[in-house]
Ligand binder design. Structure first.
Ligand code: CIZ
Length: 311
C-alpha cells in the first residue's frame, strides 16, 4: 500500500472510531475554522469563536469536545456549567491571550477609572471576569458602539483595536500592546508580491493583521465575515489574509473559486496541535476536562452573555 493510501485508510479508521465514541458518550464536536481539514471534516459544528460560543449554549449533548485552543474551551465551559467540556490537547493555548494578565489589567483600570473594559475573546477566563464585556472579531465594532462609556480600554489585540477605532471614531480607545503571532507575520511586501502574481484576485484580510496589511485589503473581516464575503462575491480568485485552516471551508463552499495564501507560513501552531488521534483519545479517556473556578466563571459569564446580547 502506498503511503498516501495508508494515510487515507488510517484517517477513515480514526474518523469512524470518533463517530462511535461520540455516540457512546453523547458528545458533540465543535471545531474552529483554523483546525486541520480532517478535524473540521468530523466536526458537528464549525465556525469562529463567536459562532461556537453561541452554538455551545444550544447543544443537547452532555459532552462538548472543543477542537480549538484553551480560551475557546473555557468560554464553552463558562457558558455551559452543566456540561463536560473537553479540550483534546491541554497545551493548545494562545500566545495573544498570554500577553495580558489580570494584575496588569487592574493597573490599567486604575489609570482610567472612567473607562469600560472590552476584552477580545482571546483572553483567559480571569481577564474576561475583570472586563465589562467580551467581543470577537465578528462583533467588535458593534460591541464598542453599544457601550455608553466614551472611553474604552480595549484588550489585548492592538491591531483589532486600531481597526475598531477607525470604525468608531466617537469613542476613545486605549489599546493594549498585544498581537496574534500568526497574523503579525504577514507583511505588506508578502501581500504586494502575491497581488502581482495573482492580479485578478481580491485580498481579504483579518483585522488581527498589521495596519499596513489592512490598507491593502479589498475586504476586512473575521473568518465568518470572509466566508460570507466569498460566498456572496462574483469574483473567482481571492488572496486570503488569515490562518490557512479557513481554506477548508472556503473551498467546500465554493469549489469553483481559487484561494491563494500570501505566505506558506500562515499557520497557527496551537490550532494545529489537535489531530484526529488526540480527538479519539479525548473521547476514550474523557480528557482534558476544562473547568473554571465558580467565582471567576460567574463574572466571565456576564461579560460573555452581555456580548451575545448585543444585536
Ligand atoms: O474569533 C475567532 O474565532 C478568531 C480567533 C478568529 C476569527 O475571526 O474567526
Amino acid at each position: 500500500m502506498t503511503d498516501a493510501r495508508f494515510d487515507q485508510k488510517y484517517k477513515e479508521h480514526l474518523q469512524r472510531k470518533i463517530k462511535d465514541l461520540k455516540d457512546k458518550h453523547d458528545a458533540v464536536i465543535l471545531a474552529h475554522n483554523y483546525q486541520r481539514d480532517e478535524v473540521q471534516e468530523i466536526a458537528d459544528i464549525t465556525g469562529d469563536s463567536y459562532a461556537l460560543a453561541v452554538a455551545a449554549t444550544k447543544v443537547k449533548q452532555k459532552v462538548i469536545v472543543f477542537c480549538g485552543v484553551s480560551f475557546m474551551a473555557e468560554s464553552a465551559a463558562i457558558l455551559n456549567p452543566d456540561k463536560t467540556v473537553l479540550l483534546p490537547v491541554a497545551e493548545a493555548g494562545c500566545p495573544l491571550a498570554e500577553m495580558i494578565t489580570v494584575e496588569k489589567l487592574r493597573l490599567k483600570k486604575n489609570e482610567y477609572p472612567e473607562a469600560a473594559v472590552v476584552c477580545y475573546v482571546n483572553t483567559s477566563a480571569s481577564v474576561k471576569a475583570e472586563s465589562d464585556i467580551c467581543c470577537t472579531s465578528s462583533n467588535a465594532i458593534k460591541v464598542v458602539k453599544s457601550m455608553k462609556e466614551e472611553k474604552i480600554i480595549f484588550v489585548p489585540d492592538k491591531n483589532l483595536g486600531r481597526y475598531v477605532r477607525e470604525h468608531v471614531p466617537e469613542k476613545e480607545l486605549i489599546l493594549w500592546d498585544g498581537y496574534c503571532v500568526t497574523h503579525q507575520r504577514l507583511t505588506r511586501e508578502m501581500v504586494e508580491k502575491t497581488k502581482k502574481l495573482c492580479p485578478n484576485a481580491l485580498f481579504l484580510a483579518h483585522p488581527e493583521c498589521r495596519k499596513e496589511v489592512l490598507e491593502l485589503a479589498d475586504y476586512t473581516g473575521s473568518t465568518a465575515g470572509i466566508v460570507n464575503y466569498v460566498k456572496d462575491s462574483n469574483h473567482k480568485e481571492f488572496i486570503i489574509g488569515t490562518e490557512k485552516g479557513i481554506i477548508y471551508k472556503l473551498q467546500a463552499d465554493s469549489p469553483d473559486k481559487k484561494f491563494y495564501l500570501p505566505t506558506d507560513n500562515f499557520i497557527c501552531a496551537n490550532m494545529k496541535l489537535t489531530t484526529l488521534g488526540w480527538v479519539a483519545r479525548s473521547l476514550e479517556q474523557m480528557v482534558y476536562h476544562v473547568t473554571v473556578p465558580e467565582d471567576i466563571a460567574d463574572k466571565a459569564r456576564k461579560a460573555l452573555e452581555r456580548m451575545i446580547a448585543v444585536k
